[in-house]
Design a protein around this ligand. Structure first.
Ligand code: 5GP
Ligand code: ZN
Length: 113
């Protein structure tokens, strides 16, 4: 989708600091990091949100989480890390292209606000 920010980043039409890419997924640093490590993991295929994913996307969703874990290990987040997706405006979703936040490098509190 040409009007989608993360589709444009995936297509390299908008710059981002990539940390991972394969045929189905990409990961790049969040422009407004909330932790020392804050990476966004996205499917290359446009899916608006987790709620818009279908049963056919189940393997892709699992792959995105495996990618998040791989990046966490590469960043030596041995003390812990968080993987989260915000679904819908009420949960804080501001970009309508499914993304998992990988956060780490500082102590995390629970519950998030
Ligand atoms: P959401 O609020 O939808 O859960 O997460 C969207 C994330 O995208 C936010 O953490 C925000 O900082 C990040 N973001 C917004 N615009 C850009 C951008 O142009 N480039 C990058 N790398 N991240 C962005
Ligand atoms: Zn998109």
């Amino acid at each position: 989708m040409s009007d989608c920010l993360f589709c444009r980043i995936v297509a390299r039409q908008t710059p981002a600091q990539f940390v991972y890419e394969d045929d189905r997924a990409a990961a790049f640093k969040d422009v407004n990091p909330q932790a020392p490590t804050h990476v966004l993991i996205v499917p290359k295929k446009h899916i608006s949100s987790l709620a818009e994913a279908s049963d056919e996307d189940a393997e892709l969703l699992g792959h995105l989480q495996r990618v998040a874990c791989r990046i966490a290990l590469e960043h030596s987040l041995t003390k812990g890390f968080r993987v989260v997706t915000n679904n819908g405006r009420g949960a804080g979703q501001s970009v309508d292209h499914l993304h998992y936040h990988l956060l780490g490098g500082r102590a995390m509190t629970w519950p998030p606000g």
